[in-house]
Design a protein around this ligand. Structure first.
Ligand SMILES: [Zn+2]
Length: 194
């Protein structure tokens, strides 16, 4: 599958999820069909938040998505290494960084009350939280929502900066709305043109 088809398939799956039209799947057959190998058609970096399960919000099943999840969808060396495997070895044709509104890691960072034991996550979100604050949103929720977007974009940039990944596949970022179920994807223009 090419990157354009990959992103379109994700968008179509999300539209089904929003509408409550989940594709019926025989998981036993699917498990048997994928036992001998995997060929994921997209790689996703998402937050560990229990409401942000990529397989569900994109209406996919076993073997479809190569998913890496961390608190606050932070991209570090371990995530980059995992993505290299998903792209180079398994052939995932595109990467999506999926932030989400109502992200606890972003909220804690924006509020400036990061507990010591969460510093390793929140420190990574801090530049986006500060940038969102500097843009002068009036309400706290506006600042947080902007920080969610900036942080997802920044993590996508971190992947593009990787010597291998940056040249191997397009990297898209998106934000998931935990209330409506909608994933809004960004930076897809290059894929359309290519
Ligand atoms: Zn989160």
């Amino acid at each position: 599958m090419d990157p354009k088809a990959s992103i379109e398939r994700l968008a179509e799956g999300n539209r089904r999820f929003i509408a409550g039209q989940r594709t019926p799947v025989d998981l036993v057959r699917r498990r048997q069909a994928t036992a001998s190998g995997q060929r994921p058609w997209a790689a996703i970096v998402a937050c560990a938040d229990a409401r942000v399960a990529p397989e569900i919000v994109f209406d996919t099943t076993l073997g479809d998505l190569f998913v890496v999840r961390t608190g606050g969808n932070v991209v570090d060396e371990l995530v980059l290494g995992s993505l290299r495997f998903g792209v180079e070895t398994l052939g995932a044709p595109a990467i999506v960084v999926l932030g989400h509104y109502g992200c606890g890691a972003v909220q804690a960072t924006c509020a400036g009350d990061t507990p010591e034991h969460l510093a390793c996550v929140c420190d990574e979100v801090l530049p986006s939280a500060e940038a969102a604050r500097a843009r002068g949103g009036t309400a706290e929720v506006e600042v947080c929502d902007e920080a969610v977007r900036l942080h997802a974009e920044a993590m996508a940039g971190r992947i593009r900066d990787d010597a291998f990944l940056g040249t191997a596949v397009p990297v898209v970022w998106g934000v998931y709305d935990v209330a409506t179920g909608e994933v809004r994807l960004h930076d897809t223009a290059g894929i359309d043109a290519g």
